[in-house]
Ligand binder design. Structure first.
Ligand SMILES: [Zn+2]
Length: 68
């Protein structure tokens, strides 16, 4: 079991993550697989990879991190 869904402050590349929209600083996390048929259709080179999402616990804005 991962504790990735815990709501807490997140650090990205040494910087505290702050919501782009509402400036809230607590996020819950999830990992999203990118291998959807649509992604494969466009032959994006990051297809089949997983992306890390941090979702703002205040407004719900999803922040995407593709180089995890
Ligand atoms: Zn927010």
């Amino acid at each position: 079991m991962s504790n990735n869904q815990e709501v807490k402050q997140r650090i990205v590349k040494g910087n505290k993550l702050e919501c782009n929209i509402c400036k809230h600083d607590k996020f819950w996390g999830r990992t999203t697989l990118m291998n959807t048929p649509k992604m494969t259709f466009f032959k994006l080179d990051w297809a089949n990879k997983s992306a890390l999402n941090y979702i703002c616990n205040n407004c719900g804005h999803v922040h995407w991190f593709m180089n995890k």
